[in-house]
Design a protein around this ligand. Structure first.
Ligand code: ADP
Length: 446
């Protein structure tokens, strides 16, 4: 028991004892000691009951407590309650200040932030940017159904995805179609989601400027390069014994530059393309022509086999898919030493299909795999240049597959070889009309 409380308690006990003693003395003097002590005890009890009632009433009414200077347990109780109340007030004030500063920080964010109730999908709170970017109005939209309120943004399907919802990378703002938004959904508790919308108009504009710049530069370089290339082609190195080797090297480099320009133009075109027209891609003839090209490129240095177990065709762009598959095969030929094996396999995968190019080449260290489809990313620049690579092949493959909602999977082991597999979903598979399946040992008709 704390010292202060013990002394208050002793003082109260002493007061009661003195009162009862005085009542006893008075009783002895008047001849009714028992009566006097009983009356005094009753009075003490009544007084304590009255103080208790006062405390209960004030607590019930949540009254402000006054500090007390008196002695005894009741005064001590007043002091303790007063102290607790003061501490609570200070804590509450601090919490409110903290909450206000958090809200002010969220309100000042340049991104629109909307707190959404997870079950009802209704708006619970939003900041100022949500008014300028999403058109939410305070206080009318507090409690509004988010999907209806933010139409025509395609949110219903997105919200249904919940935790797994992929960010919406580019959507027009419902307030002003000129504003382009990047939307993310962040589940931050069991009951709440945070919808964050960022204005990416400037970023997308810059990206467009970059794309246009690359496309224009590539386009402008094409003509002078064709001229240089044409003249170099007209000069036979054998006619110039002194400068022959130089001429051959110039020819090789100008060819490389021309290929680089072509690849950059292809990438620019693919990047600006939103979708691709779906036509039936006859896989029997596609595999046949891929094999012919690979053999021409390999010039007998590799064993090239084709296995067609799928018995279906693909839906997509003939030209683009041919370019993607051909890039994978060209890489397989380039990065597989002479004597190696290269196989092209086309098979079903559930309701979809997969086309895989496997080689027994140099392989790729695991740490390079995630960055392989970036432009100009090379595992070994010297090997890539030596073999005539531009560093853009896999980037082109990734873009083409993206336009077909397909996925590129890369498996590789250093010294063992690599597999580049293109996975297509059921929507990009079509029944094959007439051509039979081809096994690995069969050769294609020329
Ligand atoms: P490049 O024109 O240099 O071949 P790509 O984008 O086609 O550019 O490929 C990027 C890099 O990936 C290459 O430089 C090479 O290091 C590596 N690579 C691609 N395909 C293979 C493969 N089949 N085997 C080993 N490495 C490969």
């Amino acid at each position: 028991m704390p010292r202060q409380f013990r002394s208050a308690w002793l003082k109260t006990l002493a007061t009661v004892a003195v009162l009862l003693l005085l009542a006893g003395l008075l009783g002895t003097w008047t001849g009714h000691p028992a009566l006097c002590v009983a009356v005094a005890a009753l009075l003490v009890l009544t007084w304590h009951y009255w103080r208790l009632r006062q405390v209960l009433l004030r607590l019930t009414a949540r009254q402000r407590w006054e500090t007390s200077n008196g002695v005894g347990v009741w005064n001590e109780l007043d002091r303790l309650l007063y102290r607790n109340q003061q501490e609570m007030r200070v804590r509450k004030r601090r919490l409110i200040e903290m909450l206000r500063s958090y809200r002010a920080a969220a309100a000042a964010l340049p991104d629109a932030v909307v707190v959404v109730d997870r079950n009802t999908q209704r708006v619970q709170w939003f900041n100022e940017a949500a008014t300028s970017l999403l058109g939410l109005q305070h206080p009318a939209d507090m409690g509004a159904a988010l999907v209806e309120r933010l139409q025509p943004l395609p949110l219903a399907h997105w919200l249904a995805g919940g935790r797994n919802a992929e960010p919406i990378l580019d959507a027009n703002s419902p307030v002003d179609p000129g504003i382009r938004l990047h939307l993310r959904l962040i589940p931050y508790s069991d009951h709440h989601w945070l919808l964050v919308a960022r204005d990416v108009t400037k970023l997308l504009h810059l990206e467009q400027v970059r794309r246009d710049f690359v496309a224009n530069v590539s386009h402008e370089l094409r003509t002078p390069l064709t001229v240089v290339h044409g003249y170099l082609d007209m000069m036979d190195p054998e006619d110039f014994p002194d400068t022959g080797p130089m001429l051959s090297e110039m020819r090789k480099q100008s060819q490389r530059m021309a290929q680089l320009v072509e690849d950059l133009l292809t990438l620019s075109r693919l990047e600006s393309q939103q979708h691709t027209e779906l036509e039936t891609v006859a896989m029997t003839s596609m595999l046949a022509s891929l094999k012919r090209e690979a053999e021409a490129h390999s010039q007998g240095r590799h064993t090239i086999t084709v296995e067609d177990q799928a018995g279906v065709d693909l839906a997509g762009s003939n030209k683009e898919l041919h370019s993607a598959f051909s890039n994978l095969l060209t890489n397989a030929v380039r990065y597989t030493p002479a004597g190696g094996r290269i196989s092209l396999t086309f098979a079903r995968e559930g309701k979809g299909a997969v086309l895989a190019v496997t080689d027994t080449g140099y392989g790729i260290p695991a740490n390079h795999l995630p960055r392989l489809t970036e432009r100009f990313y090379r595992v070994s620049s010297s090997r890539s240049r030596e073999s005539g690579g531009t560093g853009l092949g896999l980037s082109i493959v990734k873009h083409i597959l993206g336009l077909h909602q397909a996925r590129l999977e890369i498996r590789s082991e250093v010294g063992q070889g690599s597999t580049f597999a293109c996975h297509f979903d059921a929507e990009h598979v079509r029944p094959r009309s007439n051509s039979p399946s081809i096994s690995s040992t069969e050769d294609f008709p020329a």
